[in-house]
Ligand binder design. Sequence first.
Ligand SMILES: NC(=O)c1ccc[n+]([C@@H]2O[C@H](COP(=O)([O-])OP(=O)(O)OC[C@H]3O[C@@H](n4cnc5c(N)ncnc54)[C@H](O)[C@@H]3O)[C@@H](O)[C@H]2O)c1
Length: 405
Amino acid sequence: MSDTVRVGMVGCGGIAGAHLNGYEALTQAGYERCGVSALCDVNEENANAMADRVEQSFGSRPAVFATADEMVEAEAADAADICLPHAYHHTAAVACLQGGMHVMVEKPVGITVKATRRMMEAAAAGTARSGGDLVIAGAEQIRRCIGARAIEWAINDRRMYGHPVFFSQEVFSGAPFDRSSYNMAWRALKLLGGGGQILDGGAHFADMIQHVFGPVDEVVCTMRTIDDTIIDLPDVDAQPVDVEDYWTATLRWESGLIGHWAWSNHAWGRNLSTRMYYGTEGSLADRQEWQHPFQFGADLTLCDGTEVPYEEIEQQYLASLSEDEKSRLFPYGITDGIAIECWDFVEAVAEGRDPEIGAEEALQAKSLCFALYESAEANAPVKVADVREGRVSAYQDPIDEYWGI
Ligand SMILES: NC(=O)c1ccc[n+]([C@@H]2O[C@H](COP(=O)([O-])OP(=O)(O)OC[C@H]3O[C@@H](n4cnc5c(N)ncnc54)[C@H](O)[C@@H]3O)[C@@H](O)[C@H]2O)c1
């Protein structure tokens, strides 16, 4: 057990800024166990801008490196918070783990199923520099948000809408991504992103619905790529967008629960936005507007027409928690999922305990995403367990081959 954990942030782009907000919020709330001691980014400007921010917030300037390997070599941090494009998750994580550093990896925790397995193998084979087992934490914030925690409780502990029967999340808009920034360009290519929105925003959906309803058994999916913008990045050869911007999928659980999940941002004219969960005694209308189930709670309507607004559900949920549970689920009274995930990672490292979301759970979430790609590739239903166990991988094989995974 160590008193303070020196965090090295790997990747200083969009989400790293949100993680830094989390470390700052924790420190401001009185948490003294974490400090940001190192930053890595191949883009010097991004790294330096974040170093300025860290210096202002924490009072000392972090060491700045271009790559994770250099940070490992310099022993400049105990734990790495990896916020890189998906293609680089595993190379950075494996380098850190082999150097005895714990890692938290942004979703989807590796570009393919095999990439996640490489990290798990490195963690199992290694020992932390300070001794003990190495932690791999999944940076997945949605299920830690107060709305998501409250609705998971309402569904599973209180059975507020009865037994789950089916749900539908369909989101169609005419809002194509602007691919001119690096941030949106790497997301347009299978070799850098692994896939499109199924694996990006959809990783949150895949995690949360399986957290609430258990592992999905089988999926059937059809998808299309409509955008034909040419993406020209230094990372890979220039090529047109090759990830999905339309999909429709049916998800089946062994319990009989069925889900419909569809999305497009190339749907012109009128938008469609449906996020409804139906049970034997009523329905839950999800309040969130993206692929983040229950982030902002859900409103319950019972069969007899009784309406229970989310605020009432949240009150009942909070009243059901002991003080110990509250300080574990919402440390320092913080209800933001990203700050909670940062706290959980640092605590797991400091206490030598498992994180709330470990590699196995992250793998289960992404296996659902990849089951959709594998189903579209095979034009057939696919079992999520077959994807997780590597028995079905035709869609992922070229990615693994390209990166030598
Ligand atoms: N949890 C969430 O809600 C959420 C939201 C956005 C992104 N993400 C995830 O966060 C990760 C990063 O996404 P982002 O939006 O911050 O991307 P981004 O493009 O904004 O940032 C990536 C950064 O990594 C740097 N980089 C690229 N290759 C590198 C390498 N090999 N070594 C060092 N630095 C390198 C880039 O220069 C850039 O600064 C992805 O896994 C993404 O899915 C999560």
